[in-house]
Design a protein around this ligand. Structure first.
Ligand SMILES: [Cu+2]
Length: 170
């Protein structure tokens, strides 16, 4: 499978001066813009913790649904797709086998919802480190992103910073 060039977050920041005032952060774009990942970040954890979560918005510009089947990271032994839900008033975290992103739609991976769980971290991270994550989408080229380590949500995931319209979340 051909791996397409991804725009690294750092290059985006360096090359687009306006980005500092621009909350929506495009982490990766396949060359044809068929799949776009925005606002990827990884929660900073104390070094004693070998597990953390990654959040992002995955946008599908194709006219058919796409299926995120798995993800991998050089910084973690295992990456799982998880979903937080409320069961009997308790927040529980379940592993899901795949995540569907609807045609011309997007899925928001955010606190309290879907996320990628990075398990058995291979090295300690600090705020602003970039964690490489590769998304494996059925029948598509791999999508490579660099998610920034942060101790709090660095982006407003619910609203577009350009037009302040609520973003679709499914
Ligand atoms: Cu989890």
């Amino acid at each position: 499978m051909k791996i397409l060039k991804a725009f690294l977050a750092i290059i985006f920041v360096l090359s687009v001066g306006v980005v500092a005032a621009h909350e929506e952060h495009k982490d990766t774009v396949l060359e044809d813009e068929s799949i776009v990942v925005f606002n990827a970040w990884v929660r900073m954890m104390p070094s004693s913790q070998k597990i953390t979560a990654a959040y992002m918005v995955i946008e599908n510009n194709l006219d058919h649904e796409i299926i995120l089947e798995s993800a991998t990271s050089a910084n973690a032994e295992v990456v799982e797709i998880h979903q937080m839900t409320t069961e009997n008033g308790q927040m529980v975290m379940n592993m899901v086998n795949a995540l569907s992103i609807p045609a011309k739609g997007e899925v928001v991976l955010s606190e309290g919802g879907y996320h990628l769980m990075l398990i058995n971290l291979k090295k300690a991270t600090k705020v602003d480190d970039l964690i490489p994550i590769t998304l494996h989408i059925k029948g598509q080229d791999d999508v490579m992103i660099n998610a920034k380590v942060s101790d709090k949500m660095p982006f407003n995931e619910k609203f577009c910073s350009c037009c302040s319209m609520p973003k679709k979340s499914k």
